[in-house]
Design a protein around this ligand. Structure first.
Ligand code: PRP
Ligand code: MN
Ligand code: MG
Length: 180
């Protein structure tokens, strides 16, 4: 599998260090507030697992699975909820946990939805930020790394459902996705 990766962009060690850093920040900011951490499936799974274990105060965890509506040619920003939350967000301090913000369409929909449902606060925590991909004006409250406009995979990020299990973030060789 390693032969399909052009370059390791962020090592497992760097990711681990960043999770500890972000975990400390969240601990300090949310101590005693019992925040609700919402992982966005499937990409956020490894980050959610590592980040939550780096937080040293009580948190509740929940998951949402969303997918973009319609064809990919026209990103409307409308997303379909495949799996909704178990918890109510009313009055809660919510942190949405994502692996990457690219166009920002998924997150802008989610932020609006959770505010509409009466969350007390909604913040975005993303491991990766790809600002060059942005189609809507949205900025994460906490971001681990800024990445270039390349096809990145690993640590939850997939290409055709593969590579999510890589322990690092890598750039996929163009020959792997070209012609597919
Ligand atoms: C990917 C990624 C983010 C979203 C970012 O998820 O995990 O959730 O796209 O893209 P955006 O900023 O352009 O909306 P995807 O919809 O591929 O589902 P997955 O997490 O199951 O891979
Ligand atoms: Mn995702
Ligand atoms: Mg995906």
């Amino acid at each position: 599998m390693r032969s399909e990766i052009q370059e390791v962009l962020i090592s497992a060690e760097q990711i681990g260090e960043k999770c500890r850093e972000l975990g400390t920040t969240i601990t300090n900011e949310y101590d005693g507030k019992f925040p609700l951490l919402i992982g966005v499936l499937k990409g956020a799974l490894p980050f959610m697992a590592d980040l939550t274990r780096a937080i040293d105060t009580h948190v509740e965890i929940d998951f949402m699975d969303v997918s973009s509506y319609g064809n990919k040619m026209r990103s409307s920003g409308e997303v379909k909820i495949v799996k909704d939350l178990d918890a109510s967000v009313e009055g809660r301090d919510v942190l949405i946990i994502e692996d990457i913000i690219d166009s920002g369409l998924t997150l802008s929909y989610l932020v609006n939805l959770l505010r509409h449902r009466g969350a007390n606060s909604v913040k975005i925590v993303t491991l990766l930020d790809k600002p060059e991909g942005r189609k809507v004006d949205i900025v994460p409250d906490l971001a681990g790394f800024t990445v270039p406009d390349e096809f990145v995979v690993g640590y939850g990020l997939d290409f055709a459902e593969r590579y999510r299990n890589l322990p690092y973030i890598g750039i996929l060789k163009p020959e792997v996705y070209q012609g597919s």
